[in-house]
Each structure stands twice: as C-alpha cells, then as structure tokens.
Design a protein around this ligand. Structure first.
Ligand code: ZN
Ligand code: ZN
Ligand code: ZN
Length: 312
C-alpha cells in the first residue's frame, strides 16, 4: 500500500486518514484515481457507520465502496455494526489494491456483510457476490478458527482477497484455461464432494510441497483463490516496503506492477525472512510462516501473469 501525503502540509498519512494529525485538515479519499484530498467538505453517508473517508459523488451519499455493499447488519445490532466497520475497512483496502494493480473490478461485484450470531452465514462467493461472516471480525473467534483450520493468514483482508480471487476466476482463467487446469486441476470437479472429503480426512500430509495452504488442497477453485490471495498479499507487502524505503541487504523491493512475480520473489524472500526475524525478537510468531516450493511458485507466477495481462 502506498503512503499518502497530506495535500495541505505534506505529512505522510494513510489512505484511511480522516484528519491530518499535524495540520488538522479534513482528508477524503477519491476513487477511482486513488488520491487523498484535503481539505474536503463532503462526506460519505457511512462516515460514522463504516468509518469511511471516501468521497461520494455528492455530500451525504454513499461512496463507491460503500455502495457495493448490498446487505449490512440492522441498525439495532451494535456488535455486528462494529464488525461491519472493520470489514468495510478491509474492503476499501482490497479495492485500492486492485486499483493499484490496474485490474478492472469483477463483473457484478457486490458484498453481503452479515453476522452469523443470529442466523447462519457462509463466507463465500457466487457470481460476483461476496458474503462475509462478520463474526470473523471478532479477533478471538477468528484466531480460534485460524488455529483449528490451520490457516495462519486468516484475516479479514485475507478473506476479501480470497473471495475476490473466486470472482476473478472466469475472467483470468479464460486467458489460459489449459495452463490453469494443468497447474490447479479441473475446477469442474464436484465441489461438495471435495469439501466433504476435506473436512473428513483433512489435507494430504505432504500438502506443503505443492500448495500455498492446507485449505488450497480442498478443490482446484480453492487452490486458485488461496493462490490469488497470496499474490495480492506479496505484491501489497512489497509495495508497502518500497513505499517506506525498507531495504534488506542488496534487495530493493519494487513497486512496479510490470515486473513479473518470479523477479520480485527474491526481494520478497529476503524481506519476509527479515520480518520473521524481527517478529521473533519481539517474542511473536513469524509474520510470514510460509515456504514457497517450486509448484507453488509456478501457480503464483501464472496468476500474477494473468493479472498483469488483464491490467488496463
Ligand atoms: Zn496536514
Ligand atoms: Zn463510504
Ligand atoms: Zn473459497
């Protein structure tokens, strides 16, 4: 993610800033040219509810991002609304990131952000509609699910990246369907049967030698979504490092969207190795608890290639 300077005083802020901490100017993020403007007067209708700082077409309307949400918790559901605000934040991050990659948004992209506290909600994707269980926004619950399911990067943003990966499948895979099926398997394989098998027997013991996560072993389309999320994960982290001038040894993380992922992975491995070491110094777990064996690199590189081919 890029850092954004305050248009009034130049202090580095984030795209999520509402107010400059130095000069106090009101900040607003403008989609689609992705600029942080100040001082601004107009506000999104969800400025409080979703802590949204995006600029609407007209003051008091919903901004582009908020308008993509079709269903949200009821006004009376205070707990779910707090989670909703966090999910909207992850969604805005995702949108900016897709914009930075110059990817057109998937056709029919819509969000249902609901809590499973009162009725069952299945996080998932169907024809551009992304459904997210807001109970995942609760840290304790998400961490418990993360441990239980062996998914070390189960985060709200990780979910968003995964689900939008499904939404991009038709567009991206159509560019090289044979190669996609050769690496990921045939996505027409019975999904429910595959899911049942996964929850019955678990992932194959040697999954880490050819999959980016245990969940990716479930079905070819889940492997695709997990790998897609991982490409975004790597590219975004590299962009953030470059933006803040982080260098590790001889490597210099690059922002460029045009460099292919294989080239960037050298930087990424050096950077993630250093970040893990720093985390350990703080008594924390590894920030990046992954290894990238060749079959995983091949899959990452193919998705990345298709993203760059599709980029405007
Ligand atoms: Zn300022
Ligand atoms: Zn908004
Ligand atoms: Zn999925």
């Amino acid at each position: 993610m890029r850092a954004f300077p305050c248009a009034v005083c130049g202090l580095l802020l984030t795209f999520e800033s509402h107010t400059c901490v130095r000069c106090g100017s009101a900040q607003g993020f403008r989609w689609p040219d992705r600029r942080l403007l100040a001082p601004v007067q107009s506000r999104c209708a969800n400025v409080e509810l979703a802590r949204c700082n995006w600029l609407p077409a007209r003051d008091g309307q919903l901004c582009f991002s908020c308008a993509l949400t079709r269903t949200r918790p009821a006004d009376s559901d205070v707990a779910a609304l707090a989670a909703f605000a966090r999910a909207e934040g992850a969604k805005r991050w995702l949108l900016v990131e897709l914009g930075e990659l110059e990817l057109p948004l998937p056709a029919g992209l819509t969000f249902d952000l609901l809590s499973s506290e009162h009725a069952p909600v299945m996080t998932g994707h169907a024809d551009g509609l992304i459904t997210l269980d807001l109970a995942e926004a609760d840290d304790a619950r998400r961490v418990a699910a993360r441990e239980e399911m062996g998914e070390p990067y189960r985060t709200l943003l990780g979910h968003m990246r995964h689900e939008v990966g499904h939404a991009y499948f038709p567009l991206l895979s159509s560019l090289a369907l044979d190669r996609v099926r050769a690496l990921f398997g045939d996505e027409r394989e019975d999904y429910q049967a595959a899911l049942d098998r996964h929850y019955e027997t678990g992932p194959p013991e040697d999954w880490a030698s050819s999959y980016v996560s245990a969940y990716a072993t479930t079905h070819p389309s889940e492997d695709w979504a997990e790998t897609f999320a991982h490409v975004l994960h790597i590219r975004d982290s590299l962009q953030t490092a470059a933006e803040h001038g982080v260098r590790v040894g001889d490597t210099n993380p690059r922002l460029t969207v045009t460099a292919d992922l294989r080239t960037l992975l050298g930087d990424w491995l050096a950077l993630s190795y250093a970040l893990n070491a720093i985390n350990r110094s703080m008594g924390q777990e590894d920030l990046y608890p992954f290894t990238l064996p060749d079959p995983v690199v091949d899959k990452l590189a193919l998705i990345d290639e298709l993203i760059r081919q599709t980029a405007r």
